[in-house]
Design a protein around this ligand. Structure first.
Ligand code: NAD
Ligand code: ZN
Length: 377
C-alpha cells in the first residue's frame, strides 16, 4: 500500500463551532493529498462518491483518488459539466442517481471537489439522498475556500432565480489546499479575492491593510496565501457559529452584495461580470453611498477602489464591458433583493474600512438617486 501523501507544510486548523455539528477546516498546501487519511481517521468504514466538474477533474481528481486508494477507501466519481448550469434540477438528478447507484449509504460520504457550483450541488445532493449523507467539502476556487464551502448552505438554481431551492447541510470537514488554486485562471482567482477583501472591510481593518501590503504574495501562492485564507475562514466560521441559519449577524457577509447581485442580474449572470467582480464594484458602491450619507470617510472609498483595481478587479460600473446597465432595472433588482417597507430598506453600510453594519432604515429614494447618478456618469 502506498503511503498517503502528507501535507508538505504545517496545516492550519479552523474550527466552526456549532455544538454537535462542529467541524474543522484544514488549510495547507498539500492537504488534498491527505484527503484519504483524513476521511479514514474519522470514518473508518466509509465508501466515497466524489463529485467534481470536468475542469477540476483534469487537474486535481488524480491526487484525491490516489489518496483514497492509498488508504483503501472504495470510491466512485461523478463528473458534471463546469458552470452554473450544473446547479439545476437536472444536475441534481444526475448526482443523486449516481450516488444511489453506487450504493452510498448514510454512513458513507460524498466528497465535493470543486468550486462553489460543485460544493452547492454535491452538498444539496448529500442533504437529500437517503435523507442525509455526510459531505466533505474540498473547495478548489478561492471563493469556495473562503466562503461557499463553509457554513452549510447548499442548493441549486431554478427558473425563478439563483439558490432558491436548497438546504442547510453542514459538512463533516473542509479541506482547503491553497496549492490547487495555482491552476485557476487569474480572473477567477481575482473574483474570489474580492470576497477575501470583504472580510477586512466588514470587521478587520488590520487585515485589509495587511492585504494592501501582501496581495502580490497571496496571488503568487506563498505562505501569505495560506494566511489570508485562514484569516478569511476564521471570520466566516465566527459568523456561521453566531448565526447558523443566516437570520442575523451573518447578513454582514453580504456587504456589497445588494448592489452586486443587481449588477449580476442585469448583466444576465454571464461571463461579462463574475459574482466576485460584481461584489468588488458593489463594495465600492456601498462605501461611496456610506460616504455620501456622512457615515464614512470619502478617502476610504478611494483607498478600497485603488486596492481592488490594483489586483485587476473592476471597481466602477463603467468597468463592466458592454453597454451600461439600465438604472431602473438595477433599482428593480435591488428592491426585489431587499424587502422594501414604506419606502425604506435594509442595506449593509459602513463607517469606514473594517466597520460595516446593517442599516435598517435606508431610504429607497436615496438609493435610487445614487444608482441613477452612477449610471449616468
Ligand atoms: N453556499 C454558499 O454559501 C455560497 C456562497 C457564495 C457563493 N456560492 C455559489 O458558488 C458558486 C460560484 O462558485 P465559484 O466562483 O467557485 O464558481 P465555479 O464553481 O463555477 O468555478 C469557477 C470555474 O473555475 C473552474 N475551476 C474550479 N477550480 C479550479 C481549479 N483549481 N483550477 C482550474 N479551474 C478550476 C470551474 O470548473 C469553473 O469553470 C455560485 O453558484 C454561487 O451561488 C455559494
Ligand atoms: Zn459573494
Amino acid at each position: 500500500m502506498v503511503e498517503a501523501r502528507m501535507p508538505s507544510r504545517g496545516t492550519t486548523t479552523v474550527t466552526v463551532d456549532l455544538g454537535p455539528r462542529s467541524y474543522e477546516i484544514l488549510i495547507g498546501r498539500g492537504v488534498l493529498g491527505s484527503a484519504g487519511s483524513e476521511i479514514i481517521a474519522r470514518m473508518p468504514d466509509a465508501r466515497v462518491a466524489v463529485v467534481t466538474d470536468r475542469n477540476v477533474a483534469e487537474r486535481h481528481l488524480g491526487t484525491l483518488t490516489e489518496s483514497l486508494t492509498a488508504v483503501g477507501i472504495e470510491h466512485v466519481t461523478v463528473t458534471v459539466p463546469p458552470g452554473e448550469k450544473s446547479k439545476s434540477f437536472a444536475g441534481l438528478e444526475t448526482v443523486v442517481d449516481a450516488v444511489l447507484a453506487a450504493r452510498i449509504e448514510r454512513d458513507d460520504a460524498i466528497v465535493a471537489l470543486g468550486g462553489g457550483v460543485v460544493g452547492d450541488l454535491a452538498g444539496f445532493a448529500a442533504a437529500i439522498a437517503r435523507r442525509g449523507i455526510g459531505v466533505v467539502q474540498v473547495p478548489t476556487t478561492l471563493l469556495a475556500q473562503v466562503d461557499s464551502a463553509i457554513g452549510g448552505k447548499t442548493g441549486i438554481n431554478t427558473g425563478h432565480g439563483k439558490n432558491l431551492v436548497g438546504a442547510f447541510h453542514q459538512p463533516l470537514f473542509v479541506l482547503a489546499d491553497p496549492g490547487v488554486l495555482d491552476t485557476l485562471p487569474p480572473r477567477i482567482f481575482n473574483a474570489g479575492y474580492a470576497e477575501v477583501a470583504k472580510y477586512g472591510l466588514i470587521g478587520n481593518a488590520d487585515f485589509f491593510a495587511w492585504l494592501e501590503t501582501n496581495w502580490r504574495a497571496v496571488a503568487a501562492g506563498g505562505p501569505e496565501r495560506e494566511e489570508a485564507i485562514a484569516i478569511a475562514c476564521r471570520a466566516k466560521a465566527a459568523s456561521v457559529a453566531a448565526d447558523e441559519r443566516d437570520e442575523g449577524v451573518r447578513a454582514l457577509l453580504n456587504f456589497g452584495h445588494t448592489f452586486g447581485h443587481a449588477l449580476e442580474a442585469v448583466t444576465g449572470y454571464s461571463d461579462r461580470l463574475l459574482h466576485g467582480e460584481a461584489v468588488s464594484i458593489g463594495m465600492v458602491l456601498a462605501h461611496e453611498f456610506s460616504a455620501r450619507a456622512g457615515l464614512a470617510p470619502p478617502a476610504d472609498t478611494e483607498r478600497l477602489a485603488a486596492h481592488l483595481a490594483e489586483i485587476g478587479l473592476p471597481v466602477r460600473i463603467g468597468d463592466i464591458p458592454g453597454s451600461k446597465p439600465d438604472a431602473a432595472a438595477v433599482m428593480e433588482h435591488i428592491a426585489q433583493d431587499k424587502k422594501v417597507t414604506r419606502g425604506r430598506l435594509n442595506l449593509i453600510l459602513t463607517r469606514g474600512i473594517g466597520q460595516a453594519f446593517v442599516a435598517h432604515d435606508v431610504s429607497v429614494a436615496d438609493v435610487e438617486t445614487f444608482v441613477a447618478e452612477k449610471l449616468s456618469t
